[in-house]
Structure formats: structure tokens, C-alpha cells
Design a protein around this ligand. Structure first.
Ligand code: ACO
Length: 312
């Protein structure tokens, strides 16, 4: 019966066995994974837009080459994740349609504009830094193809994080104008980076189930706290001011206490009303339409080969 299958499935999860595409899984497990993995893929792809905006304006040829490589890596992450999601029986075109019609979300952070070169530093350092904290835990997620894709993605994200931090070091140690640029980017990106971890555990619709199924291995608040704690010394090393004036070490908890986030802003952004939501989706639709001929050419080429094989 369904209940027996459910129990066997849950036991496999408890035993830390990876679930593979052809294994039996509850429909709700499959659906929840498709939701999370596809939103993760969309985030990687939409995430290329704020940084892509600066490729032609990088301050040196070296910086341009590094940024170009980083953006290309992010597109690659999107592709691995779409492929991993397809193993659950959904097609890439369905996933893209859900992104474009607004029914599937992507990380809130990418709806903030990248206004200065300093933002390239802050995004690499804080946004990719927050992504790593989350994704390291996902290397142990229960679905095999997702867990394996995270291994390579984490290695690449860690290179991205370091390139961003290096941009910040150069700015923070530069002229007073450059230091201001670094501080301004830190001030703007710090809070949205904390929001990347999602709502408080008490408000998180999917956490309880996802933790039970080990799709998620750590909760939103646990990972956010980890990121807050690890970022303090990085800000100190840069010699910049911490954006959170209420930040205070709590001896008893062994963690930093910090300000409450602006949850109205968070919900506005995830519900489509952030600074750049419309622009990001319009740009995606335009690029997708412009690429129609490439997809058609690939399909025609494939058909030609199938026909040729048939004749032979
Ligand atoms: N941005 C956009 N949407 C968010 C965010 C966020 N920062 N945080 C939560 N949400 C959405 C959830 O997707 C969910 O929406 P849905 O029901 O329409 O799908 C809703 O808010 C409720 O949140 P939760 O119940 O907490 O959702 P969940 O359990 O999926 O946790 C989290 C959210 C932590 C982002 C999880 O999905 C996750 O770990 N995803 C994989 C990592 C990822 O997507 N990273 C992307 C950014 S990193 C990068 O691309 C560089």
C-alpha cells in the first residue's frame, strides 16, 4: 500500500541512502524537489543579469576576464540544475515557462540593481558567500542528482566568493573614494544577502517537510546565523563599518545577536515587486525569444540525423 511504501521510503531517508531518479518516491517529495531545484536553477540563470551588466565596464582586462568566467560558471550551474530537475520527470521548457509566467520564484537578491563596480565585489563576497553556506549543506541532500550537482557547484562558488572578496580588499585598501564605494556596496547588499536564507523557520512553509525528507539539511535561521557569524571578521579585516548597529556577541548563545530584517521588503520582492523583478523577467523572455532559431536549428539537425540513420 501507499502507506507501506511511504514508510520504506522514510526509512531509506533515515538510513542516509540517496534517492535516485528511478526509485519510488512520494509524489509530494517529487513535487517539493521540483519546486526547490527549479527555483535554484532559475536563481543561477537570473543571477547572471546583475553581474552581466558590468562585463563591458570592468576596470581592467583581467577583471573583465574574471567576471566573464564567473558569469559563465553561473549559467553552467543553471544548466546542471535544470538537467538534475529533469530527472524528476519534468521538461526544461515547462520549468522555463513557470519562471516566465511568474509562478516559479528565484532568489530575491537578484532583484536588486548592481549600481557600481563595488557591487561586483559585494555580490561575489556576500551573495556567493551566502549561497555557499546554503549549498554546502545541500551536498548532503537526499536526492542523488541534486547532491552530486552541489559538489562541483560549491567548488566554483568558492572561487567566486574569493574573487568578490579580492575586489573588496582592493577597494577597501585603495583611495578614500574607493573605500566609500566598498562601504556603500556592503551597506546595500548586506541585508538582502541575509534575506537569501528565506523567512524565519516559524514562517517557512516548506521547512518541516523538507527537513523530514532531508531535502534541506539545515534550517533557514540556522544557516543565516552561521553566515552572520562568519561575516563579522571578514568586515573587520576589510576595515569597513558593520552595517548592523545592533550587532552584539552573545556569550550565552555563542552567536552574534543582530537586527530584525525588514520582512515587508522581503515579501514585496519575492512576490514580484522588487526594484528589478519586471526587468529581470522581461530580459529573460527577450533572450529566450532571440534564441528560438538556435533551438529550432538544433532540432532540425537532430531530425536530419535521425532520418539519415533511418535511410542507412
Ligand atoms: N528568494 C526568493 N524566494 C524565497 C526566498 C528567497 N530568498 N526564500 C524563500 N523563498 C520562497 C520559497 O521559494 C517559497 O516559495 P514557494 O512556496 O512559492 O516555492 C516561500 O518563499 C516560502 O519559503 P520556505 O518555505 O522557507 O521555502 P524553502 O523551504 O524552499 O526554503 C530556500 C528557501 C532556503 C531558498 C531553499 O529553497 C533552498 O535552500 N534552495 C536552494 C538554494 C537556492 O535556491 N539558492 C539560490 C540562490 S544562490 C545562487 O543562485 C547564487
Amino acid at each position: 500500500t501507499e502507506a507501506e511504501l511511504d514508510a520504506i521510503f522514510q526509512q531509506r531517508i533515515e538510513d542516509e541512502q540517496k534517492i535516485e531518479p528511478k526509485d519510488w518516491m512520494p509524489d509530494t517529495y517529487r513535487k517539493n524537489l521540483i519546486r526547490q531545484m527549479s527555483q535554484h536553477a532559475h536563481s543561477e540563470v537570473i543571477g547572471t543579469q546583475p553581474e552581466g551588466n558590468w562585463i563591458t565596464r570592468a576596470p581592467s582586462l583581467r577583471r573583465k576576464a574574471v567576471l566573464l568566467a564567473k558569469v559563465q560558471d553561473e549559467s553552467g550551474h543553471g544548466l546542471y540544475l535544470y538537467s538534475a530537475t529533469e530527472t524528476l520527470g519534468v521538461s526544461r521548457s515547462e520549468l522555463i515557462a513557470a519562471l516566465q509566467d511568474g509562478s516559479a520564484k528565484y532568489a530575491s537578491i537578484f532583484n536588486y540593481p548592481a549600481q557600481t563596480w563595488g557591487d561586483m565585489g559585494a555580490i561575489g563576497w556576500l551573495v556567493d558567500g551566502a549561497a555557499i553556506v546554503n549549498q554546502v549543506s545541500l551536498q548532503r541532500t537526499s536526492y542523488g542528482p541534486y547532491a552530486r550537482s552541489m559538489v562541483r557547484i560549491c567548488k566554483e562558488e568558492s572561487f567566486h566568493q574569493r574573487q568578490g572578496y579580492q575586489v573588496m580588499i582592493e577597494l577597501a585598501q585603495g583611495s578614500s573614494k574607493q573605500k566609500c564605494l566598498a562601504q556603500d556596496s556592503l551597506n546595500r547588499f548586506y541585508w538582502p544577502a541575509l534575506m537569501m536564507f528565506g523567512p524565519h523557520d516559524s514562517e517557512s512553509a516548506h521547512s518541516a517537510k523538507s527537513m523530514k525528507w532531508k531535502i534541506k539539511r539545515e534550517t533557514n535561521d540556522y544557516l543565516r546565523q552561521k553566515f552572520i557569524d562568519q561575516t563579522v571578521s571578514q568586515i573587520e579585516f576589510l576595515g569597513l563599518e558593520h552595517p548592523d548597529k545592533n550587532l552584539k556577541w552573545n556569550e550565552e548563545r555563542g552567536h552574534y545577536d543582530s537586527s530584525e530584517l525588514d520582512w515587508d521588503e522581503f515579501y514585496a520582492v519575492i512576490n514580484g515587486n522588487g526594484h528589478c523583478n519586471r526587468q529581470r523577467i522581461q530580459h529573460h523572455i527577450k533572450a529566450h525569444e532571440e534564441g528560438t532559431w538556435v533551438r529550432e536549428a538544433m532540432a532540425a539537425y537532430k531530425n536530419k540525423h535521425i532520418k539519415a540513420q533511418h535511410v542507412a
